[in-house]
Design a protein around this ligand. Structure first.
Ligand SMILES: [Zn+2]
Ligand SMILES: [Zn+2]
Ligand SMILES: [Zn+2]
Length: 278
């Protein structure tokens, strides 16, 4: 009886010791992470190391340490975050970070599908008046080298940070018709790609129906507004925020001008303005 009690005491003492060690282990694994976040530490999104203090740079909410920021690393062509590994690499040398490597538009058939989808979304969320003649419009996926070449040919060499381009020429022949070619940079993440393609659809429609040449704010502003409306219809807040964040005199100011016009004139009046029918 006495020996049995002793043994059970012994067991419970070992059990207590085990529980003690276990709780210390749990505490130690939990405390540093907790203390870390209380000190304002962060995990660098490029090197994945834990860093103390506060990061000086963030990319869409992802923090990057000063070492990665200053190292001459390749950068994502979408968000410009430095890349230590992972993601996508294109033949033209461009890179996409892990975040922007998910669901990218890379093939000709994909870009054609997005183009068709863009027109139907425009009809649904903005106006069925905005449409194109499929016989006079084409869409092409291009790498960066081809894209820059097309920009140069169209006299827009300075816009090398653009992701889409529309070239419209008048067809030869007895009756001249505006023929539009849309070029989309390969490797755009899906929601961004749609945003860019809707913008280019705006140019296709404007170029085919313009009453007179318009200034750049009036052209680009309309296309940004069109893109904004489709993203709003789809509830894509990130894309809407990116469009609203621009502050330049053409795309940024242009969108604000059209958002005001929409309130004052309604969609019909706005479309007249976008074609120079005012
Ligand atoms: Zn780092
Ligand atoms: Zn990125
Ligand atoms: Zn444009």
């Amino acid at each position: 009886m006495g020996a049995q009690l002793k043994r059970s005491l012994k067991v419970s003492r070992w059990g207590l010791l085990f529980l003690g060690i276990l709780s210390w282990l749990l505490l130690f694994s939990w405390v540093p992470a907790q203390a870390f976040s209380q000190l304002g530490g962060y995990t660098c999104a490029a090197c994945h190391q834990e860093r103390a203090g506060v990061s000086s740079r963030t990319y869409e909410g992802r923090q990057v340490c000063p070492e990665c920021e200053q190292a001459s690393l390749p950068r994502c062509f979408i968000c410009k975050i430095p890349i230590r590994g992972g993601g996508l690499r294109f033949s033209d040398g461009r890179r996409n970070c892990d975040l922007h490597s998910q669901r990218v538009v890379t093939t000709q058939s994909e870009v054609e599908r997005y183009f068709r989808e863009a027109w139907s979304l425009i009809a649904r969320y903005v106006s069925p008046q905005i449409k194109c003649d499929p016989d006079l419009t084409s869409v092409h996926i291009v790498d960066y080298n081809l894209f820059v070449e097309r920009l140069r040919l169209s006299g827009k060499a300075g816009e090398s940070r653009a992701h889409g381009l529309t070239l419209t020429i008048n067809s030869g022949g007895f009756v001249t018709m505006p023929v539009s070619q849309v070029f989309v940079l390969q490797g755009l993440p899906d929601e961004h790609a749609l945003s860019v393609i809707v913008h280019e659809c705006g140019h296709v429609w404007q170029n085919a129906n313009l009453m007179r040449p318009l200034d750049k704010t009036r052209n680009e502003g309309f296309c940004q507004w069109l893109s904004y409306k489709v993203n709003q219809g789809l509830g894509r807040r990130q894309q809407m925020a990116e469009l609203l964040a621009r502050r330049d005199p053409y795309y940024g100011v242009g969108l604000q001008v059209y958002l005001q016009l929409e309130k004052q004139l309604g969609i019909e009046g706005l479309l007249d303005y976008a074609l120079g029918r005012d």
